[in-house]
Design a protein. Structure first.
Length: 72
């Protein structure tokens, strides 16, 4: 099992979990997210390095989109 945990400083007034969701399940990986007033933490578990990288890229892309859109 491969794992990663990413912590990102939030932009003010953006509710990431409302837009992205707190949990995702894929065939070879799972993603869970939690949020505090200042940070969002992403925990990823994957069966292999390729699935881990794909999940990391997907989550970071979603976070970037939410920030550019101003939290929608």
């Amino acid at each position: 099992m491969h794992r990663a945990e990413i912590t990102v400083t939030k932009s003010a007034g953006v509710n990431y979990l409302k837009v992205i969701g707190s949990k995702r399940e894929y065939k070879r990986s799972s993603v869970s997210m939690s949020e505090t007033k200042t940070e969002i933490t992403v925990r990823i578990k994957a069966e292999d390095p390729t699935a881990l990288k794909a999940s990391i890229n997907s989550v970071l892309n979603d976070i970037e989109i939410v920030e550019k859109a101003g939290g929608i």
